[in-house]
Design a protein around this ligand. Structure first.
Ligand code: 2P0
Length: 333
């Protein structure tokens, strides 16, 4: 039985829209930070003795998520594969806008690929040959087919995903040690999100009058963010990231019916971050498909940002992380 770990990633230039729903190809590129201290650990065991796939998430049977997990295993191990036992553990809230599907599917493809190789007597040679030859990019593409953002968690540090007509390319723009950014997460609600992000993206494309200009402007924002990363220009990265986040949420809000992931705590945290910025602090916000606020800052003001957000009304918990590495196998596998 193999085990892999992956960290979630936080997008600064967001993925919101699909060019091909059946292949789950994103409409545009995105740029993200892979975290260090939040993780999903995933075990997979294939066996000819199993008569169906079974999924346990934090020790509980997870029937609703199983079909998506099974389809991902089919892509890695082939449609004729033996059935599998999948066990997932996560050290942060799931499906609450903290990118749990990114770390889950990144870990799943890595561990499933290894589990094929470890159970070589029950796989066909072609499946084993494919598993043996896969690069990190190949695994990222398999993860992205399950969950677009998961492709980015195969890589560490600051990561760019480039989208073309028929595939994605993913790579590390800057390794984690080259720019020690910090991410403070203000959790304003632990519950599951009201609308799954994949469904909400499709709704946005169908109904938001702002969707096409959102997609058209992504290349520009990516170019500005890429240049800010290369020159470690915090203020430039802050400006383009906040604007990109607010544009994405504007697309969500102007969908029909509107998709609103924020709550009162989200707005209060944004206001607190604006106050910190007015006082000269290098910090900026970003929010995803959930009400949590992620504040990006630097090591020297991380404690202040944590204290400030921790005192905001509606904040239930504070987590913090530096930038970490891409998905990998753990030693016990
Ligand atoms: C992102 N999000 O770039 C954006 C920002 C949410 C808001 O990627 O449909 O769960 O599985 O490909 O990966 C969440 O989308 O969507 C996401 P699917 P996924 O991080």
């Amino acid at each position: 039985m193999a085990t892999a770990q992956a960290q979630p990633n936080i997008a600064l230039i967001k993925y919101w829209g699909k060019r091909d729903v059946s292949r789950n190809l994103p409409a545009a590129g995105s740029l993200s930070l892979t975290l260090a201290t939040l993780w999903t650990r995933m075990k997979v065991e294939f066996s000819a003795d199993f008569d169906r796939d079974r999924l346990l998430v934090d020790g509980e049977v997870a029937t609703a998520m199983l079909p998506r997990v099974s389809r991902c295993l089919d892509r890695v191990a082939g449609g004729n594969r033996p059935c599998a036992l999948i066990e997932s553990h996560c050290n942060f809230p799931i499906a609450a806008g903290l990118a749990s599907s990114a770390s889950a599917f990144a870990a799943l493809v890595v561990v499933a690929n290894q589990a094929c190789l470890e159970a070589e007597d029950i796989f066909e040679p072609a499946v084993l040959a494919a598993a043996n030859s896969r690069t990190t990019l190949d695994l990222a593409r398999l993860a992205g087919a399950a969950s677009g953002s998961a492709a980015r968690s195969l890589f560490g540090g600051i990561v760019e995903l480039a989208a073309s007509d028929d595939n994605i390319d993913v790579s590390t723009l800057l390794p984690s040690q080259d720019w020690p950014l910090r991410v403070v997460v203000a959790v304003t609600e632990r519950g599951h999100k009201p609308v799954a992000s994949g469904d909400a993206m499709i709704l946005s494309e169908k109904s938001s009058p702002f969707y096409s200009s959102w997609v058209e402007n992504q290349d520009h924002d990516l170019q500005v963010a890429r240049s800010a990363v290369k020159t470690r220009d915090f203020d430039k990265l802050a400006a383009v990231s906040e604007h990109n986040c607010l544009k994405m949420h504007s697309v969500m809000w102007t969908s029909r019916p509107p998709v609103v992931y924020w709550n009162r705590g989200t707005l209060a945290c944004m206001e607190a971050i604006r106050d910190l910025q007015s006082a000269g602090q290098a910090v900026f916000f970003t929010m995803d498909a959930g009400p949590q606020v992620k504040a990006i800052c630097q090591p020297d003001n991380e404690a202040l940002v944590m204290k400030t957000l921790g005192e905001v009304d509606g904040v239930e918990a504070i987590m913090n992380s530096g930038l970490g590495s891409g998905a990998c196998l753990l030693d016990d596998s």
